[in-house]
Write a protein that binds this ligand. Sequence first.
Ligand code: ZN
Length: 400
Amino acid sequence: MKKYLRIGLEVLLVILLVASSTFAYLNFSGKKHLSIDMEEVAAELDETKDTLDKTKEQLEDAQKKTEALEETVKQFDVVKQAFANGVLLQDIEALYKAQKVLNAERLVGLGTVRQLSKGFEDASAVEAFQKSLDIAELGARMQAVCAAQNSLVSAGKKVKVLAECTGKLEKPIDHGKSAQNVHWGYEGDHGPEHWGANFATCAAGKKQSPLNIVGPFEKSKEVVKADYKESPMKILNNGHTIQVNIEPGTSTLTVNKEQYELLQFHFHRPSEEQVDGKNLAMTVHFVHKSKEGKLAVLGVLMNEGKENATIKSLWANLPPKEGEEYLPAKMIINPSSLLPSDMSFFSYEGSLTTPPCTEGVSFFILKNNVDLSKAQVAKFPFKLNARPVQALNDRKIYAN
Ligand SMILES: [Zn+2]
């Protein structure tokens, strides 16, 4: 009996052992599964959090973009309104009328604004726009013709330049050498005393500019009147000076009964002309040309003194680099703001003061000066760009 009990106990023990190890195994593997699941869930949670963060960022971004877009939409609305009620068109028409300048470029612009204001249903607006396009094309062709003629003249060829092109040729050029192609300056090997090597007139001419303005003077009977108008200006650093090109057809100088068109004005530092042997801080030269091609220069000496408002806006728009003509967005200036109120003058027959030193240029140097400040003189990008005074020879200086 004991034997059976023992076997029974042994069997029970074995069963218990197997059961407990099975339980232990099951328990272990279950925990393992559980811990793996927990890791996965944590990873998923992290991912979800990342996605949430990203979504939040994108939302914020989108919100910012929408705000910016709303601002643009508002601006468009203002522009649309200005077009729709014709205010913009009226403003532009009034501006051009006041300036009395309506060139091909402006006609195209005006045509575009008309179209946008009145819509394409308006037959007269469409026709006007077409007409302006035609004129612009003619203008472009004219420019090509003028460029060809002027380059022939620059190369020393005798060519009759069309009247429409004369305003585009800034300086007459002689001896077949172009002042644009030969390097010249104000100091050293390329200075004024060497200009004659490339430009004969600079050395051999007997009626050269500038002069020392000193008496005795002959009485001048000439009547000089500057009629300068406000217009947008193109400003240029040509490597020798700061030059402001004038919109053709805006401003004139009348000498007796002859009319000259203002082409450009530019600056010299110090003044090129002397009065009684003294230079002033700077000069501004207004360069004009008659229909026959004769040049007249009106010079205003500039004294170091009070700040000059016109110079301030010019210097604020100095071209970023040498070479290209630059049209500042809002620079509309009347050149007469650089003239003194009293136009009394000295006059004499002279030349261009830069190569090729061509003669036959009438000079009118105003007796009265205008001021500019010391800081404004300092801001002019050329420290020295004045030709020394030349021999008077057998010329007379007149005074009115
Ligand atoms: Zn000059």
